[in-house]
Design a protein around this ligand. Sequence first.
Ligand code: PAF
Length: 288
Amino acid sequence: MTYYYNIRMSELQLFHEKSTLIAALKSLRIAQKTVGFVPTMGALHRGHKALIDRAAKENDVVVISIFVNPTQFNNQEDLAMYPRTLEADMELLNDVKNGFVYAPKVIDIYPENTDFVPMNLENLDSVMEGEHRPGHFNGVVHVVHNLFEIVMPDKAYFGQKDFQQLAVIRALTKHYNFPIEIIGCDTLRETSGLAMSSRNMRLSVQEKQDALIIWETLQFIKANKENFNPKELTQQAISHFKNGKLTLEYLEIVDQTSLQLATNWEHPSVCCIAAFCGKVRLIDNLLL
Ligand code: PAF
């Protein structure tokens, strides 16, 4: 017997069971409701909330998944330190009346005796995050693929702060023919310019100040684009960055589509930065 869910939604609902979520979504689909999806790892901040509010506005219901995905962490300390704040997350989402929060069990994402979702990412994961965090995007592909299969949304929303991840997810969607529209959303920033991130919770007041060198460097690049070619500007920007206290992992100006190093300004490019602020790894980017 099929269990049909009461689709009169008036408050946020939390699901841990895959089967209950699927039943609820099935009832919505029968009633021809549209579903937006925002996958997250929790520790929600205003940046996530902007994605969720947009998804809630553009769809009849928004599903927000909260799952700290172990396989996308290539550093065990980073995984252990990742904030887990379900109660505060639910509080932040309190005003989302047409929302389902899905906090899956590990077994739903990693069913026993099944392999990792296969996908050859080709050049997309040989650079930047892929180069410095081996296996990271395989973990992202696995979890997003399995969440897409469970939620089957009409639209899925991702922050542009993870520029390379967005490219990987677009490739995943195409590869597996998911009928899902992928929507990239602008990065939300503090008034200081610091990109909002769950990792910012781990920064001290001083470190938040130190981290501003990332945004300053991105602004420096934008301001000097006319004066240098991408290779020269990268060198200038690295020198500028080194005036600050962070440890640079990479600073690259790449083609927005291929993610390969830009050699001229003919095609739209993006500058991506990854750096350590103390023990916290931060990323940011700016479209050029
Ligand atoms: O961007 C994130 O928070 C994660 O990489 C995602 C997309 C939720 C997959 O775990």
